[in-house]
Design a protein around this ligand. Structure first.
Ligand code: CP3
Length: 345
């Protein structure tokens, strides 16, 4: 039997008797110890850029629950900031950024070579974590996928339908595609630096992929991710990559190959059995449990967890939620989910 870490075995295509488990947003506001460390840092961005405290919050869910993976504590919007966008968070509302919607604003952004000036504390966090994580726990780095990052840079905030980004795509394709290219190039350098610092796996979050229709989905969600994956595979052939094109629906079919990813993360909008038949046949899958079960708990949480484990047991599978855990989740429900996944072990 391989001595590799469980997550790396699943990502290599191995079908394990018990799926390894981690959770999107596992370090977050549902945990009292997270809130305490964030208060110590002052605010969310200060926490992201403080390597000691960012490493501390990354480790908190590992200590409390013994997850099989830790995910670097940072945010997908740090890259726009490193490219020169202003970024701040409004409590209770979310992120705000200076917008990029004109050729002049695009030109005013910094070159990709400048991003490390801002992002070096993130690499420092990774270096600290490589010395502190338990031997069997995998360290996952991440970035936003270009389309999702662009939706925030164009709108200057989260937008329910990504309307401003769709509008720019239709009114000034050159600026839209120029921005997407810059983010794509920046993401390659950012993730490559994360891997050099010690990230063992990287994940691309395309949270808003689902709003791209027709050829736009291929051109603006899949192609930029495929370009990032190809560049990373050339430089770091042994580093597995997870892609999360949220909302892809039936377009989840064939994405392992189209993106070149080792694992496709599923949201909670697809049926697990459908994913087993249509997506897992091509490689490792991750995700699918509705994050609302972390709020409601009980027998339904247990039966839904068992169902997903059972339906996906015939192939490589990493247990996870279909989206990030929410601040109103009960920490005890996370333990119940983990115990249920591992009950047969
Ligand atoms: O998963 C993890 O534990 C790692 C850290 C992580 C965060 N954000 C920390 C965070 C990761 C992987 C992200 C990804 C991220 N950030 C995404 C993609 C995944 C998704 O959720 O769709 C997006 C779209 C963002 C942008 C972002 N960051 C938004 C829209 C918000 C505000 C929403 C909210 O929950 O308040 C954030 C803030 C943020 N990022 C928090 C955390 C723990 C909450 C900040 C706080 O402590 O107040």
């Amino acid at each position: 039997m391989s001595t590799q870490k469980p997550i790396l075995r699943a990502l290599a295509g191995e079908t394990l008797p018990t799926p390894p488990i981690w959770m999107m947003r596992q370090a977050g506001r549902y945990l009292p110890e997270y809130k305490a460390t964030r208060a110590q840092a002052g605010d969310f961005l200060s926490l992201c850029y403080n390597p000691e405290l960012a490493a501390e919050v990354t480790l908190q869910p590992i200590r409390r629950y013994g997850f099989d993976a830790s995910i670097l504590f940072a945010d997908i919007l740090l890259l726009p900031q490193a490219l020169g966008a202003d970024l701040w968070f409004v409590t209770g509302e979310g992120p705000r950024l200076s917008t990029v919607t004109t050729a002049d604003e695009l030109k005013a952004l910094k070159p990709v070579s400048a991003i490390h000036d801002t992002l070096s504390p993130i690499y420092e966090t990774i270096k600290l974590l490589t010395g502190e994580l338990p031997d069997d726990v995998t360290l996952i780095g991440f970035a936003g996928a270009p389309w999702t990052v662009a939706t925030y840079m164009i709108a200057g905030q989260g937008s329910p339908d990504q309307g401003p980004a769709h509008a720019l795509k239709d009114t000034d394709k050159a600026v839209f595609e120029g921005l997407l290219d810059l983010i794509t190039d920046g993401t390659i350098e950012y993730l490559s630096a994360q891997i050099n610092a010690g990230a063992e796996v990287v994940k691309l979050f395309d949270s808003w992929a689902g709003s791209l229709m027709g050829d736009d989905f291929t051109n603006y969600a899949i192609k930029p991710m495929a370009r990032i994956v190809a560049a990373l595979k050339q430089r770091h052939p042994d580093t597995p990559i997870i892609a999360f094109p949220r909302g892809a629906d039936e377009r989840y079919i064939g994405l392992h190959d189209a993106i070149g990813a080792d694992c496709i993360a599923l949201d909670d909008g697809v049926m697990a059995q459908w994913a087993a038949d249509n997506v897992q046949i091509d490689g490792c899958v991750q995700g699918n449990l509705k994050s609302s079960h972390m709020v409601t708990g009980g027998d339904t949480l247990v039966s839904e967890t068992r169902r997903i484990v059972d339906v996906l047991k015939g192939g490589p599978h990493i247990f996870n939620l279909g989206h990030g855990i929410t601040p109103d989740a009960d920490p005890q429900n996370v333990q119940l989910m983990i115990d249920t996944v591992r009950e047969a072990r």
